[in-house]
Design a protein around this ligand. Structure first.
Ligand SMILES: Cc1cc2nc3c(=O)[nH]c(=O)nc-3n(C[C@H](O)[C@H](O)[C@H](O)COP(=O)(O)OP(=O)(O)OC[C@H]3O[C@@H](n4cnc5c(N)ncnc54)[C@H](O)[C@@H]3O)c2cc1C
Length: 408
């Protein structure tokens, strides 16, 4: 347990110290807002390599938020730039090819292991005097009233805050404590993740292949390594992951191919059931939800955490602006502003991601032909291609200051 005493009162209590909650606490504390971060797990365990198979595609705009909060320098040595993206549909020769050079110098984004991100945010928090971290410590009760909120931890400690931020993931306790419902939709799919080493360099190219069972992504990591996100039917995933290494590798090779030379397993394998879910509201009195606590999506477009980081940038801006004006940081104006900024954008991304999964996770002949013609058409329309590229970088729309690379 971190050896510290919780202050009796803070401006903001963030519950959940995953990548999104941890980053929110960094952004606020760096701007002088007093923050308590309550995380159920031991941060050393959260950041231990091999405890989570996910590698995250961090879009350019999200990278700016990590940078603005002082976290990026701690993860940059382990971040692989994405320079090109190739999209193919099964065995069809038609494909889309995106090259970052068409838009300028900046890469589309970076691939970073989830454990690296968690380690980096907790390292940064330890250096911020306005941040108080309780971990491992579980939030057990949240009571909200007109003048503020009281959070009670499972070990009996209590603290008061003007604003409670629920960043405690898909099964959010904070969301439930406020009786906010959630709409959920299963895909009958699981995301198998692992890391492979290969003989040839990947040259920063990410591959997205649409196979009948679902999308199969090969994401470049530092060194001659790639992260795999292999979408498979839910009822098959357990058996595939549970095979011995030789059996698993043989199945993987049929999907991966030999374009990077021989491959070898270079990390443990995990699988995550894939669902779409969205909270009925992202705010209520003295409370805001961010990240997976507010919305969860299929990883096909690599946008789940990126959307959570947009939440962070928007909420941090609303809170810090209010604090500078001497206003109540958990007041209705701050919360309404946050909800207005993020709600439509999150719903739009959830809808687009869902449509992508449904369109591509099947092998129906006429649909396959239509989408292949669609891919070929986009490939021939440079204007539309550039728009898609800007979306992948996350640099479109009404962006908060941190996402534009400006000081909070
Ligand atoms: C296979 C796969 C691939 C993905 N790839 C990408 C990608 O390429 N790009 C992308 O943007 N997104 C991707 N995502 C989505 C991304 O992983 C999630 O959106 C992101 O990890 C959510 O982070 P979070 O901090 O909101 O939640 P979490 O990481 O779930 O963190 C929640 C934290 O809250 C803590 N907690 C829970 N309850 C309590 C409590 N009562 N008290 C205190 N603490 C509590 C937990 O211990 C945990 O640390 C992927 C997801 C999957 C499944």
């Amino acid at each position: 347990m971190n050896d510290f005493s919780l202050p009796k009162r803070v401006d903001v209590a963030v519950i959940g110290g995953g990548p999104v909650g941890g980053l929110a606490a960094c952004a606020l504390a760096q701007s002088g807002v007093s923050v308590a971060l309550i995380e159920a797990a031991d941060p050393a365990e959260l950041g231990r390599p091999g405890t989570d198979g996910r590698a995250i595609a961090v879009a350019l705009s999200a990278q700016r938020v990590f940078d603005g909060a002082g976290v990026w320098p701690l993860m940059a040595p382990e971040a692989q730039p994405i320079l090109e993206i190739r999209v193919t549909d099964g065995a069809s020769p038609l494909f889309l090819h995106y090259d970052h050079a068409a838009l300028g110098e900046a890469p589309f984004g970076w691939i970073v292991e989830n454990t690296t991100i968690r380690r980096a945010v907790h390292q940064r928090l330890a250096a911020l005097p306005a941040a108080h971290v309780a971990a491992p410590a579980r939030a057990a009760a949240v009571e909200r009233g007109p003048g503020g909120a009281t959070i009670t931890l499972a070990d009996g400690r209590t603290l008061r805050a003007a604003l409670v931020v629920g960043a405690d993931g898909r099964a959010s306790f904070v969301r439930k404590s406020a009786a906010i419902g959630v709409n959920r939709l299963g895909y009958g799919q699981s995301g198998i993740v692992t890391t492979v080493a290969h003989q040839q360099p990947h040259r920063g190219i990410a591959h997205e292949r649409f196979l009948p069972s679902g999308p199969f992504a090969i994401l470049p990591m530092t060194g001659n390594r790639s992260s795999i996100v292999w979408t498979e039917r839910l009822h098959l995933a357990d058996a595939i992951v549970g095979q011995d290494d030789a059996g698993f590798l043989a199945e993987l090779e049929t999907r991966f191919g030999d374009f990077l030379g021989p491959i070898a397993l270079a990390g443990p394998r995990f699988h995550y059931p894939l669902t779409l879910q969205v909270a009925e509201r992202a705010v209520c009195r003295r409370l805001a939800l961010i990240g997976d606590a507010a919305h969860g999506m299929h990883p096909v477009a690599g946008q789940g955490m990126n959307m959570g980081i947009r939440d962070v940038a928007a909420l941090a801006e609303a809170v810090v602006d209010a604090a500078r004006l001497g206003l109540d940081v958990g007041g209705p104006d701050v919360l309404a502003g946050y909800q207005r900024w993020r709600r439509f954008d999150n719903l739009l991304m959830l809808g687009l991601t869902d449509a992508l999964v449904r369109l591509f996770s099947n092998d129906v002949g006429p649909l396959r032909l239509a989408r292949d013609l669609g891919l070929a058409a986009v490939e021939r329309m440079p204007g539309l291609k550039k728009t898609f590229m800007r979306h992948a970088m996350g640099v479109v729309g009404d962006l908060p200051r941190m996402m534009r690379g400006e000081v909070l």
